[in-house]
Design a protein around this ligand. Structure first.
Ligand SMILES: NC(=O)c1ccc[n+]([C@@H]2O[C@H](COP(=O)([O-])OP(=O)(O)OC[C@H]3O[C@@H](n4cnc5c(N)ncnc54)[C@H](OP(=O)(O)O)[C@@H]3O)[C@@H](O)[C@H]2O)c1
Length: 326
């Protein structure tokens, strides 16, 4: 018998419950994976609370990324075999489980150099950093950029990767307690929301011009300030809304602003093909293997305590990545 964490109704961290299920055998093209480590992402919180649309009706599970071992394969699966170590960042949302079946096309082989917990912590967050800084807005050495929530899971990976690429990062955090960790991971300037003048520093470091890109996952609370940081023809890359959805923008505000680009960027659209998935993952594993990026698993919980992991993430108590262990 398999088990998974299920939400029967959207709600608080208690909405998650541990339930048994019959899994069956993989169909053609699928693999059964026994999870060894499961990622926790803020998007799981959004879905549990009902802020974001659930792709399947309740009752359903959560979780986009995990690492584990292939236990069985269906007909036609040639790339993977029983016993292979694998990881993924993929729908359907079933990573919060001890084992699951997934189309083998979405799996990536795990090199020996990458431990299961690191892989579970890095798949969604690391691929996200890859597409943000190498694809959505491809940074260049010497540029100054703003990256919000710099001490979070995505944030700590971004700070290190940007440093590795020769970029100067203005990282933002929610409290003084998170300044040191963001600095230790390569952010050159760390500013605290509500205390420091983020747009002021963005202009000071760029001779008054503004920065070419702001990576903003906070949404409603930071939109105005992010816009004030941008250089003419700069790009606001919006990829999250932990503080709520950005308020509607009146077109007169847009016409009064400098020329700018706005984009909403979602991981799934950057790894739709197998080639794109493998290419983004290869980049990620390269920076991990070279030592340029270290994945910080700063919180670990038993899978059955996923609700506690969510509560800590929502309360802004975490830094780096959190992982669930089945
Ligand atoms: N578009 C995509 O495909 C994609 C993929 C992955 C992740 N994301 C987004 O990237 C962001 C980071 O994800 P993550 O999993 O690594 O989470 P995280 O950054 O570890 O946690 C979120 C952080 O946001 C900050 N924050 C600011 N206002 C907050 C509020 N009102 N409530 C809670 N936190 C608040 C907190 O840091 P401080 O205390 O320092 O403010 C908190 O630690 C999320 O918005 C997520 O949805 C998007």
């Amino acid at each position: 018998m398999s088990h998974w964490m299920v939400i029967n109704e959207t709600g608080g961290p208690d909405a998650l419950s541990w339930e048994a299920r019959e899994l069956g055998a993989p169909d053609a093209g699928e693999a059964l994976i026994r999870h060894t480590a499961v990622g926790v992402n803020f998007t799981d919180v959004h879905r549990r609370r009902g802020d974001h649309h659930l792709p399947t009706p309740v009752p359903c599970s959560l979780g986009l990324d995990a690492a584990g071992v292939v236990e069985a394969v269906g007909d036609g699966v040639t790339e993977f075999d029983v016993g292979d170590r694998v990881a993924y960042a993929a729908m359907p949302l079933e990573a919060y489980s001890d084992e699951r079946i997934l189309t083998a096309e979405r799996l990536v082989p795990l090199p020996d150099s990458i431990d299961d917990k690191i892989a579970a912590a890095a798949m969604v967050k690391g691929i996200t950093v890859q597409f943000l800084i190498r694809q959505t807005f491809r940074v260049e050495p010497g540029q100054v950029v703003v990256f919000h929530a710099a001490a979070g899971g995505v944030g700590l990976i971004a700070c290190q990767w940007l440093k590795h690429l020769g970029v100067t990062t203005i990282g933002t955090v929610g409290s003084e307690a998170k300044v040191d960790i963001a600095r230790a991971h390569g952010a050159d300037h760390i500013l605290v929301h509500g205390r420091d003048d983020i747009a002021g520093l963005a202009r000071e470091l760029t001779n008054g011009h503004g920065v070419p890109v702001v990576y903003d996952s906070i949404g409603k609370a930071t939109f105005d300030e992010s816009m004030r940081c941008l250089a003419p023809r700069g790009m606001l890359v919006s990829f999250g809304n932990v503080s709520g959805y950005i308020e509607p923008v009146h077109l007169s505000q847009v016409f009064g602003a400098e020329s700018f680009f706005f984009t909403w960027a979602k991981m799934h659209h950057y790894i739709e093909s197998r080639e794109d998935l493998l290419s983004a993952t290869r980049d990620l594993f390269d920076v991990i293997n070279s030592g340029a990026v270290k994945i910080d698993v700063n919180q670990t919980y038993p899978l059955q305590e996923a609700g506690r992991a969510h509560a800590d993430l929502e309360a802004r108590k975490t830094t780096g990545s959190s992982v669930l262990i089945p």
